[in-house]
Design a protein around this ligand. Structure first.
Ligand code: ADP
Ligand code: ASP
Ligand code: MG
Length: 402
């Protein structure tokens, strides 16, 4: 079998842990498998590098950031290869370029366009374990690019897909996907299985256990992911296409996204074109607007609220101040909000799920500031200080610990 394994930052967090990973890789190799191993930077390393850059500049150039950030993964890939070689195994470390990973040009958030697996295959045929530095590739000009935070998950899925691997195992410090972040709700339950669609919602809505783009790609390429812990044995959680015969669970999980900020525009003239104007200007600045809410108009004026990632609030504020301020009554900005989301494919065919959520939060004295729904999710913006409490009371209400 050809197995792709990915080890995240905590799993390679220090030299002892890299040694632990080497032992696990060796064990799988000894069982007669071919192996490609993708590694993240040591935990905290990427953040540290970002801080270093911010010491010199608030807006460091993205091209240079990519060269800087890609170094973290190279450290772990080479160390793991050296550890394995010392144990008597044939192992080769590769950067994204050496692994044949081609991306588009968007520095710090590049998309993988293709993978030339020739070099990897050659090394596998020689009996070597291939260790790939995650989170990186090169663009058409041969410049280093990175794949967005958490991007080593994407490297692993893309390689598993391109190589037609028999398994894609993603190792972290949790032994699978839980009904919610076990750090927030210790009663959270591990799931044996979760569908691509549900996992995609959970990751997109803040559960960082898997990068959302990696789940998207896994679905597109039909790569079955198994999420496991590098610190224990266990079956983990399978992320795959839902089976028609399976009974859809009503609610499979709850996610919390603290990286949210709210913008409220007061006294916006209620006339055609104004929303288009505001949101076009935001889009032109690549600001990701998430939830939007508009009140019924009163005397030709309305209030318009929306959320953006916290890191984009400063830029959003600039757009409002420079672009539309003269047309509206005023604007307020609030960083202390978060988004709580309930996800489940069963919502497609059941009613009352939203009603339960609203009353449970009301009973806990938590005010809902914004709501948005899709076929399989309900998201609510609440005051950041109530975010974790909201997760726990909702987890209880849908009996996810049962
Ligand atoms: P790695 O560094 O290995 O990529 P991450 O820190 O990105 O690992 O992801 C693992 C973490 O994700 C866990 O420690 C856990 O706190 C968090 N997490 C959030 N939501 C969930 C969930 N639904 N199930 C499991 N873990 C979750
Ligand atoms: N090291 C990168 C990050 O911290 C990529 C990854 O770990 O997947 O975001
Ligand atoms: Mg991660």
């Amino acid at each position: 079998m050809l197995i792709v394994q990915k080890y995240g930052g905590t799993s390679v967090g220090d030299l002892e842990r890299i040694k632990n990973v080497a032992n696990r890789v060796a064990k799988t190799k000894d069982a007669g498998n071919d192996m490609v191993v993708v590694v993240s930077a040591m935990s905290g390393e990427t953040n540290k590098l970002i801080e270093y850059a911010h010491y010199f500049s608030k807006t460091p150039s993205k091209r240079e950031m990519d060269i800087l950030l890609s170094s973290g993964e190279r450290v772990t890939a080479s160390l793991l290869a050296i550890a394995l070689q010392e144990m008597g195994y044939g192992a080769v470390a590769m950067t994204g370029r050496q692994a044949g990973i081609k991306t588009d040009n968007s520095h710090t958030f590049a998309r993988i366009e293709s993978i030339n697996t020739d070099t990897i295959k050659k090394e596998i045929d020689r009996g070597n374990i291939v260790i790939v530095a995650g989170f990186q590739g090169i663009n058409e000009n041969g410049e280093v690019t990175t794949l967005g935070r958490g991007g080593s998950d994407l490297s692993a899925v893309a390689l598993a897909g391109a190589l037609g691997a028999d398994a894609c195992e993603i190792y972290s410090d949790v032994d699978g996907i839980y009904t919610t972040d076990p750090r927030i709700e210790p009663k959270a339950k591990k799931l044996d299985f979760i569908s691509y669609d549900e996992m995609l919602e959970l990751s997109s809505l803040g559960a960082k256990v898997l990068q959302n783009r990696s789940v998207e790609l896994a679905k597109k390429m039909g790569v079955k992911i198994v999420a496991k812990s590098s610190f224990s044995e266990g079956e983990g959680t399978i992320i795959a296409q839902e089976d028609e015969s399976m009974e859809a669970v009503l609610v499979s999980g709850i996610a919390l996204d603290k990286n949210q900020a709210r913008v409220s525009l007061r006294d916006v003239p209620d006339k055609p074109g104004i929303a288009a104007d505001i949101f076009t200007k935001l889009a032109d600045e690549q600001i990701n607007v998430d939830m939007i809410i508009q009140n019924a108009s009163k005397e030709g004026m309305t209030n318009l609220g929306f959320t953006v990632p916290q890191s984009e609030l400063v830029r959003a504020k600039k757009v409002i101040e420079n672009g539309v301020d003269h047309e509206i009554g005023g604007a307020d900005y609030d960083e202390d909000v978060c988004k709580v989301s309930i996800v489940g494919v069963g919502m497609k065919s059941h009613s009352g799920i939203a009603a339960t959520a609203f009353s449970v939060l009301a009973n806990s004295g938590i005010n809902i500031e914004m709501i948005s729904t899709s076929e399989i999710k309900i998201s609510m913006i609440v005051d950041e200080k109530y975010g974790e409490l909201a997760v726990r009371v909702l987890h209880d209400a849908y009996e996810l610990d049962k």
